[in-house]
Design a protein around this ligand. Structure first.
Ligand code: NAD
Ligand code: UGA
Length: 444
């Protein structure tokens, strides 16, 4: 059993803190957001993450998981002083594409001002290479009197929507530190997970995180580029991905062509890595291409809609008088996180072309409503379909996988489906009487 403080109760802090508690440790999660902490103390979660609510409540009831606004309570508790302090605050995109480290700085400063005994400060946030050294300098500079500490980099690889399972069954644990003993102490915490543990230096650990995200983003842009070539040459990208994926050197994962990657991580992390390279005078050509292909993928879907239902009259903007329904608003299924959502971006492009928009998402509607204007948010898929000239499948929610297309066809003005997630088979949809376009599924 270890005593742990976790700074930040977002996707990473809340999930990892809860998992550490579930593994028998005593965890206090701290946030500066008062509403968040008050709600968490009542068992109300700030995010939608399957299975998390039950796990939080169970560990709160056992006394192993607590939430607080106070760093002092989390770090210096007399009965259970924290040996390890995890930083899991946001590192959003800054003005030039660099990672904005203001929250990491604030967390490091407050830890330094608060700690009364030796701790290991473990950075879980995704941070530019060199941040570990910078955090150490900040802590040293802010301590009222010198107290020994170590800094360990422990990047997190969980996915939203599958966060608990990823956290409890990680492919690997990466630990970077200048002090191997400190890294080995953190490794003990992870032993029950029986995952491979890589112990390396701080900078290498920080780079492993960016390189991993950038590689996954590259796979997605690669298959999206192939999907565009498939559309020109009459091949089916789904079968191409399946055929490639059987090769163990390639693997099938992250070869789903679609709307390109969205979310709070890939977009900002690929940009931040490219920014790091540029600052060092390197030209990150591949990363630049990955980002360009990703943005083009959203535009390409809008162009499909324009091609299928657009006005030809020069006096009208392309989609004036047309109603388009968006099924799904989240950047992927099983999350209500709306950061860098592709459906939201596509809705804005369609609106700029003059379209009226109706939309539905099983869980992200409240969050989406805060970002969207002039969109009719509907009760369900069938409510969306009424009077639409085209439907777009924007998120691969399970409940969109078995829809009553006969009913939907009867409700729409025109039976047009643009499937941004390749959930349906082109031939089946055509037999049902739909004009159907997927992504990379034969001639477009
Ligand atoms: P988030 O925005 O969901 O949560 C961050 C939390 O930190 C917020 O609750 C915020 O109030 C709190 N916070 C900010 N400053 C603070 C401070 N000084 N003291 C205490 N709390 C503070 O962020 P997230 O999605 O959990 O991401 C956190 C980090 O982990 C980022 O660097 C991200 O790139 C990385 N990451 C995220 C995921 C993911 O799936 N979301 C996965 C792996 C890594
Ligand atoms: C991603 C990584 O998968 C995690 O390992 C990492 O920890 C996290 O970023 C992070 O650093 O924050 P996440 O953003 O939650 O996790 O979601 P993913 O499942 O990776 O999907 C990202 C985006 O790529 C989604 O928009 C998804 O629809 C898209 N995607 C994914 C594709 O378009 N095709 C695919 O084959 C896979």
């Amino acid at each position: 059993m270890k005593n742990i403080a976790v700074i930040g109760t977002g996707y990473v802090g809340l999930v990892t803190g809860t998992c550490f508690a579930d593994l028998g440790n005593r965890v206090v999660c701290v946030d500066i957001n008062e509403e968040r902490i008050n709600n968490l103390n009542k068992g109300i979660l700030p995010i939608y993450e399957p299975g998390l609510e039950e796990m939080v409540r169970r560990n709160m009831a056992s006394g192993r998981l607590n939430f607080s606004l106070s760093y002092d309570e989390a770090i210096n508790n007399a009965d259970s002083p924290a040996e390890m302090v995890f930083i899991a605050v946001g590192t959003p995109e800054g003005v030039d594409g660099e990672a904005d480290l203001r929250y990491v700085r604030a967390a490091a400063e407050t830890i330094a001002e608060t700690m009364k005994h030796q701790v290991i400060i473990i950075n879980k946030s995704t941070v530019p290479v060199g941040t570990g050294d910078w955090v150490a300098d900040i802590v040293r500079g802010k301590q009222p009197e010198p107290i020994a500490f170590d800094v360990v980099s422990n990047p997190e690889f969980l996915r939203e929507g599958a966060a608990i399972s990823d956290c409890m069954n990680p492919d690997r644990i990466v630990l970077g530190s200048l002090n191997r003993d400190a890294a080995n102490k953190v490794a003990q915490l992870y032993m029950p997970l029986r995952a491979p543990i890589i112990v390396t230096d701080l900078r290498t650990a920080e780079m492993i995180k960016y390189a991993s995200n950038a590689f996954l983003a590259t796979k997605i842009s690669f298959i999206n580029e192939i999907s565009n070539i498939c559309e020109a040459l009459g091949a089916d990208v789904k079968e191409v991905a399946a055929g490639m994926g059987y090769d163990k050197r390639i693997g099938r994962a992250f070869l789903d062509a679609g709307l390109g990657y969205g979310g709070s991580c890939f977009p900002k992390d690929v940009k931040a890595l490219a920014h790091m390279a540029n600052i060092q005078g390197k030209h990150p050509q591949l990363l630049e291409a990955v980002m360009t292909i990703n943005t083009d993928q959203r535009r390409s879907l809008v162009n499909k809609v324009r091609g299928l239902i657009g006005n030809n009259g020069a006096h009208l903007s392309k989609l004036e008088g047309k109603t388009v329904g968006m099924l799904g608003l989240a950047f992927k299924a099983n999350t209500d996180d709306m950061r860098e959502s592709q459906p939201v971006d596509i809705i804005r492009m369609l609106q700029a072309d003059g379209a009226q928009i109706k939309a539905y998402d099983p869980v992200a509607m409240d969050n989406a409503g805060k970002q969207l204007q002039n969109v009719k948010l509907c009760e369900d898929v069938y409510d969306v379909a009424v009077g639409c000239d085209a439907l777009i499948l924007g998120t691969e929610w399970n409940e969109f996988k078995n829809l009553d297309w006969h009913r939907i066809k009867g409700l729409m003005r025109k039976p047009v489906l643009v499937d941004g997630r390749n959930l349906y088979e082109p031939a089946v949809m055509r037999d049902l009487g739909f004009t159907y376009r997927g992504v990379g599924r034969g001639y477009a």
